[in-house]
Design a protein around this ligand. Structure first.
Ligand code: ADP
Length: 398
């Protein structure tokens, strides 16, 4: 069965085609709307790069998807070979805790949830509308929600201690990066050769956006992102948790507008805000080598926040079997992994420094004597979306 995955973000649209049951990636593409660039990679060896020449997103995507069955990158003989389409949808609210077949009602509800995810949900919905225009109603389409894995959070972790009316308005911790956290939880169980139900895990998704999850009995029981993806850890350009009194101070004493606050909290904070250099950890590390003290401060705050939040997840879990690192920073920075783990030596957590340095994808990098395992997992959100569609589609066919 061939399954197409569409991940329509605000500035890029990524799509990939998988073959099941062997989970083989056949074709993938990215459209970067900001740079007007299209890159297509087919696993027959062909790669094509071009400039967006069509005036509408529908035309661009139609052209892009046609490269699956036409031209050098063609990997299937006929578009009808695509049996299902999966879409990443960032916000599923309180209702959507499972991957769901897309109907008009589901689309209406994704649109209503745009007030909670004003950048992401409209872009996701646009991807769905375009795919429906291209493939018609024949090919089933599924929405896989980034909030769904965290729908199991208990009330004490998900309800904010403001007035109770907040929770009645839907202001609660939703959590994000759920597709990645769930993928890493499942993959951890495979690597450790244990049943996921029996494991207590802390998963550190450290990319441009950063979040932790605490997983017990195969469910997310706590997470650091909240009502919005601004909460929790220090990130590339986002501040994470700060005293809400600072916002009142800036509004009342410094006459900030909402737009200024939004801009500073989301785009001028985090690694970029403190270092004044970049949101990219690689650039921060290279500046630290040159003796830049603000770059060093940015890393120090990042690690301090990471350790504190790991500590909070640890308390929610009441113990830990494995600490898991994933996403751009988690997968590629031995230094961040090592500094984060140093804070938990007192629990008998020890990493094997040689394994930590050697591109340790999907590996246990802990020392043989460590009381807690440490894993590095290459997250594959698109594959996870495709797997969900495969399961649903197989159920529908039986
Ligand atoms: P996104 O959240 O946009 O999906 P990624 O998970 O791809 O982001 O993470 C991107 C970030 O990963 C980059 O901004 C950079 O900080 C970090 N990163 C990537 N490679 C390395 C590396 N070799 N060393 C340190 N950080 C890295």
């Amino acid at each position: 069965m061939k399954i197409l995955v569409i991940n329509a973000g605000s500035s890029t649209l990524k799509s990939s085609l998988y073959q099941f049951p062997d989970q083989k990636l056949l074709w993938e593409s990215t459209v970067d709307w900001m740079r007007s660039q299209i890159v297509v990679k087919s696993f027959n060896g062909a790669i094509s790069k071009e400039i967006v020449s069509s005036s509408t997103q529908l035309e661009t995507l139609s052209h892009l998807l046609s490269t699956i069955w036409q031209g050098d990158t063609a990997i299937v003989a006929d578009p009808n070979e695509i049996e299902a389409i999966g879409h990443r949808v960032v916000h599923g609210g309180q209702k959507y805790s499972q991957p769901t077949r897309i109907t008009q009602q589901v689309k209406d509800e994704i649109a209503q949830l745009s007030s909670l995810a004003p950048i992401h949900n409209p872009a996701n919905l646009n991807g769905i509308e375009i795919a429906q225009k291209i493939f018609g109603g024949k090919v089933p389409q599924y929405a896989v929600f980034d909030t769904a894995f965290h729908s199991s959070l208990p009330d004490e972790a998900s309800i904010y201690p403001g007035p109770y009316a907040w929770q009645e308005k839907g202001i609660r911790r939703y959590g994000f990066h759920g597709i990645s956290h769930q993928y890493c939880a499942d993959r951890s169980a495979q690597i450790l050769n244990k049943n996921l139900d029996s494991l207590r895990l802390i998963i550190c998704h450290l990319g441009n956006g950063c979040s932790l999850s605490a997983v017990r009995n195969a469910c997310s029981i706590d997470t650091t992102m909240g009502f919005t993806p601004l909460d929790g850890l220090m990130m590339g350009t986002r501040c994470g948790s700060v005293d809400p009194g600072i916002l009142l101070y800036l509004l009342q004493q410094e006459n900030y507008t909402c737009e200024q606050l939004d801009q500073e909290l989301n785009y001028q904070s985090g690694l970029k805000g403190i270092s004044g250099i970049s949101s990219d950890l690689r650039e921060i590390l290279s500046e630290i080598q040159k003796g830049n003290s603000r770059a060093k401060l940015a890393l120090d705050i990042y690690i301090h926040r990471l350790r504190s939040c790991i500590g909070a997840m640890l308390a929610s879990l009441g113990g830990l079997d494995a600490l898991v690192f994933t996403a751009g920073v988690g997968e590629n920075s031995p230094l961040v992994r090592s500094l984060a783990c140093d804070g938990f030596k007192f629990l008998g957590l020890e990493i094997n420094h040689q394994l930590n340095e050697n591109k340790p994808f999907d590996q246990d990098i802990s020392d043989v004597n460590s009381k807690i395992r440490v894993l590095v997992i290459h997250t594959q959100e698109d594959l996870a979306i495709a797997k969900s569609c495969y399961c649903l589609q197989s159920e529908n066919l039986t």
